[in-house]
Design a protein around this ligand. Structure first.
Ligand SMILES: [Zn+2]
Length: 305
């Protein structure tokens, strides 16, 4: 078992222990009350009889249902006197779908498992993950120049058949990062593996790789379905590290037809100056870039039909 897998198992075990432990403690407390203890025994017996009635003795079903309802009501009343609810005695799982196991009854991974996996992988490379935004919230915090539907339908709808390089350019406050986060959220809902990280975190990670001379974790960034690099240009550029590793990641991803999305306050000229022609030519390669996906802050309205 990999270290990552065992960490995730431990995570789920902790969640289960928490949910189940709380329910057990409430039940223990309630059972200290002799009246409750007696009613609870009768409740369990009636419940089992009622559950079996349909298949085994249907003629008694109606009577058993009445008995069960009566004893259940009595039990709930006693619980209430102790300041408890029926629901306190059953585990309240963080994810009711998989009961905090990470897996569904048919054996497939629960959506929460994929989310946990992503978070743990990011943590492994020293990047804290955050929840993505949703297009559903986009209409509420309307940035008039952004055509959200265009990205929801044309970009997310066609993903992964999208341009390999997409660049959201524009000054601060134009909603680039929010839009990128909406895309990440939408794709994640579709089960895609999206990594969203700031250029500063990415650069810090590159430095770690460089210092340890380790390329192992880089595969996390080259293999995910979509890599979003937020705020390119905010990080300090170390020629031997930033540019080299960025080039490596882009080459690897583009050769596998895995898209990259950037947001940046820089314009094309600044990107050229800062990262050299080698990065510039990759990001803005006509073969990779679809001009229709160029988000230019306020210019968007005039660019879009
Ligand atoms: Zn789950």
């Amino acid at each position: 078992m990999s270290e990552l897998t065992s960490r995730i198992e431990e995570y789920y075990a902790t969640l289960r222990t928490k949910a189940e432990g709380r329910a057990e403690r409430c039940l223990e407390r309630a059972l200290q009350n002799p009246s409750f203890s007696e009613v609870d025994r009768s409740y369990q017996k009636t419940r089992i009889a009622y559950l079996r009635a349909e298949a085994e003795y249907p003629e008694r079903l109606e009577q058993l249902e009445q008995d069960f309802t009566a004893v259940r009501r009595k039990r709930a009343g006693l619980l209430q006197e102790m300041g408890l609810k029926e629901s306190d005695l059953v585990p309240s799982y963080t994810c009711p779908r998989c009961r905090d196991t990470g897996f569904l009854e048919n054996g497939s991974a629960c959506s929460c498992y994929r989310e946990a996996l992503r978070r743990f992988k990011l943590e492994e490379i020293g990047i804290a993950s955050e929840a993505f935004a949703s297009f559903d919230d986009a209409n509420k915090r309307l940035v008039p120049q952004i055509n959200y539907d265009y990205y929801r339908v044309k970009y997310c709808g066609r993903f992964p058949k999208v341009p390999l390089s997409t660049v959201f350019m524009g000054s601060t406050g134009t909603g680039k990062t929010f839009l990128a986060s909406c895309i990440a959220g939408e794709l994640e809902k579709k089960g895609k593996n999206v990594y969203f990280l700031s250029a500063i975190s990415l650069n810090r990670f590159f430095l770690q790789c460089f210092e340890k001379e380790s390329y192992r974790s880089l595969s996390l960034l080259t293999d995910c379905d979509l890599l979003i690099i937020d705020d390119l240009g905010a990080e300090p550029v170390y020629k031997k590290v930033t540019v080299e590793y960025l080039k490596l990641i882009l080459d690897e991803r583009f050769s596998k037809k895995h898209p990259v999305l950037f947001t940046t306050n820089l314009n094309r000229e600044k990107i050229f100056e800062r990262y050299s022609e080698r990065i510039y030519s990759r990001i803005f390669d006509e073969a990779n870039l679809d001009e229709n996906n160029l988000f230019q802050g306020e210019d968007l309205r005039t660019k879009k039909r």
